[in-house]
Design a binder for this molecule. Structure first.
Ligand code: LLP
Length: 432
């Protein structure tokens, strides 16, 4: 087991102190005892590091105005929404539920951007009331919005373009910009939508696309930027106009995927290509928006589980832990590969290869197919790094699972940001 490589997947504040795992100055074993498991912890220093890398690189690489819009779907609650706004970021909310969280956090309309591929009337009402920007996915939505907005303040309208170009992601399910995807509008639909906006006096201000999530080669963004800018020009965007090539920059989940994809490489590529494309067309530089989720929060989050059973069957040694596909469905959905470290006895030699699975009634409920670890017994704990994005936000109640507690760690202090769900929470909405 290469401890150094595995440790480099963890947040930057991670240390090994007396053979125990510390994150944000906190003893993880002690937190697990106090708060129980499965437990998710977020390292504030790592969140801030990722945010400042975006800020500094954009400041250096983009001569015009820019903003970072945090994709709340990766993980959203009021503390995270306030963290994002404290970084000067906006928050991308999918629908009324996420808007509600952002509003609860005190975000102003200028800080809220709304996405969604099939926004309901409730989503649209909420966007019209609370958001500064609405990214319109399709013509039917545009017509509904115009009807609902009659006479009311309208957020800025951006149109979502389907460039018909794929990025290389870890799984087909996380590609969105390719031809045949359900997202966005074709060129002719964008032109029709722009005409509709003009006709109805809607404040059309920008164009957006998002090609996919968890890519590490920015190259396919370039032709998509070219196509989007052709369209922007064709529909007459100019002056103070907005351009968003979405988010999607990847992270390393496993030591085999190191080094970490370089955020600066991505930001420099997007800014250079956008600038060149504008210059070639004689267009004014847009207000540039990036929309990262995972690359801001994934590495800051770590999942802690406790081993309940060690069993041998089918030639495998199974460590059965107390969480799995109900709090992290990514292995089951996308075949995602994770790594882990024990929380104590960190430097004990890895003498066995084990499979790590959860307690749920599905063979797909596996967290790690195969990993070298020191022999771990029942009651010992493991930590899975890079658990900060698309875990809690995609968690389920499968088999009556209650969502884990989440803590924010900073300077040796742990603050609860999400209480562990209880059985009462589980049955609250049910008719009894
Ligand atoms: N903008 C839009 C319009 C999006 O749909 C997404 C992600 C993002 C930004 C942020 O992408 P990120 O920077 O986080 O990659 N559940 C999957 C990922 C789904 C991504 C959905 N959209 C996973 O766990 O890999």
């Amino acid at each position: 087991m290469n401890i150094e490589a595995r440790l480099s997947l963890f947040p930057i504040s991670t240390e090994v102190v007396s053979d125990r795992l510390f994150i944000g100055g906190c003893d993880i074993e002690r937190l697990a005892e106090e708060y129980g498991t499965p437990l998710y912890v977020y390292d504030r220093a790592e969140l801030d590091r990722a945010a400042s890398l975006y800020r500094h690189t954009l400041t250096e690489a983009w001569p015009g105005d820019w903003s970072v819009t945090y994709a709340g779907k990766a993980f959203l609650n009021p503390v995270i929404a306030r963290w994002a706004s404290g970084q000067g970021f906006r928050v991308d909310c999918t629908g009324a539920g996420e808007i509600g969280i952002a509003v609860q956090a005190g975000l102003s309309p200028a800080q809220i951007l709304v996405h969604g591929v099939n926004k309901t009337e409730e989503d649209l009402h909420s966007a019209l009331r609370y958001a500064g920007t609405i990214v319109v996915d399709n013509l039917s939505e545009l017509r509904k919005m115009a009807r609902l907005a009659a006479g009311k303040r309208l957020p800025d309208v951006w149109l979502r373009f389907q460039p018909g170009l794929a990025v290389q992601t870890h799984h087909a399910a996380t590609q969105t910009g390719h031809e045949g995807s359900k997202f966005g509008m074709s060129e002719t639909q964008i032109i029709e939508a722009a005409f509709f906006c003009r006709e109805h006096g809607l404040p059309l201000r920008g164009i957006h696309f998002h090609q996919g999530s968890q890519f590490r080669d920015p190259a396919p963004l370039q032709p998509a930027i070219e196509k989007a800018l052709d369209l922007a020009q064709e529909i007459g965007l100019g002056g103070e106009w907005h351009f968003s090539p979405g988010g999607g920059w990847g992270v390393a989940y496993h030591e085999d995927e190191l080094p970490h994809p370089d955020m600066q490489e991505y930001i420099r590529a997007v800014t250079a290509w956008t600038r060149q494309a504008c210059e070639r067309r004689g267009m004014e530089l847009p207000y540039l928006h990036l929309e990262p989720g995972r690359s801001l929060v994934a590495r800051a989050g770590v999942a802690i589980y406790q081993v309940g059973t060690v069993k041998q069957i089918g030639g495998r040694t199974w460590l059965l832990v107390d969480g799995g596909m109900a709090d992290n469905p990514r292995k089951a959905l996308y075949g995602a590969r994770y790594s882990c470290l024990p929380v104590t006895r960190l430097t004990t030699k890895a003498t066995q290869t084990v499979s790590i699975a959860g307690p749920y009634c599905e063979s797909g409920d596996i967290l790690i197919e195969e990993i070298a670890l020191p022999p771990l017994g029942e009651g010992e704990r493991i930590a899975i790094p890079v658990s900060g994005a698309y875990h809690i936000s995609m968690a389920s109640h499968y088999n009556g699972a209650r969502r884990p507690a989440v803590l924010m760690l900073e300077n040796g202090q742990a603050h609860s940001i999400l209480a562990r769900e209880t059985i009462d929470d589980l049955i609250r909405q049910m008719q009894v």
